[in-house]
Design a protein around this ligand. Sequence first.
Ligand code: F6P
Length: 324
Amino acid sequence: IKNIGVLTSGGDSPGMNAAIRAVVRASLYHNLKVTGILRGYEGIIHADFIPMDGKSVANIIQRGGTILKTARSDAFRTKEGRELAHKNLVESDIDALVVIGGDGTFTGADLFSREFNFPVIGLPGTIDNDLEGTDFTIGYDTAINTVVNAVDKIRDTAESHDRLFIVEVMGRDSGLIALRSGIGVGAEAIMIPEAKIGIADIVSRLENGRKDKASKIIIVAEGDEAGGAYNVGEALKGKFPNYDIRISVLGHIQRGGKPSCMDRVLASRLGVAAVEGLLAGKTDVMAGQVNREIVFTPFSHAIKHIDAEKITPAWLRLVEILSL
Ligand code: F6P
């Protein structure tokens, strides 16, 4: 391997810049060339390549977003798109890839590396934390801290007005952002797709809860079958006359901001591991961290969502105990 291409793809996540920096610096450390690819797979298809050096990644470890930009590419989903991408890489002497993203990114990477026998390693860059083969994805820690900071503020006003707030958080079809941030803010209830709790259960839980609470907070994962915070608000209307109901959808603030130290360190460690993994002949795998160790997991396995059975019962019990 002589020239590694690096890209970010799919939804951005805090820590992607730290990952890019680590890939660039580890490549230079091993005397490899390293090329930045703009806007994910779209950048390969349009040959949007920029040479990177040590300086091009200076002062980015602390920045949210991604200096390489990101996109979701429809063209790369087609065989013709991937053929063009392969031709562009070969013509520019890029002979390996590090792709930073989530399950969509890895689905494309898996196809591409097998179709063209092209070395590709992935780094888990998504706030959703929904990948197998890593305890945490890059961006998750920052995102849940963003949620916690926002909901702490909501709690102040909810407490002052005796209000019940329904707060919707991201995660696509995963409830992991809701689960951890919900525990972190002391939520009265958490609705996540993995648990299928349902409105009736939430109502009885709140009815049976302590009556002297000034505020109540329900965290709803966007992927929950209840269909989002507004639907939950409709369903709860009139059921709790002591509380005024308000809705808050946190949205894309969850994706931005300075990465936490945990995310910066994870990204840095995995970025170096990806380059050294490529040099050791690994391909078609994601570099992740499990029980503090670096592990490489085939893309096809990484994109299978974390087994809900493994995570929900014990965690939900915790929510119930702590919301008394
Ligand atoms: O995958 C990251 C994520 O932020 C999800 O949590 C969310 O469902 C989705 O991306 C939103 O995507 P977009 O930025 O395209 O609206």
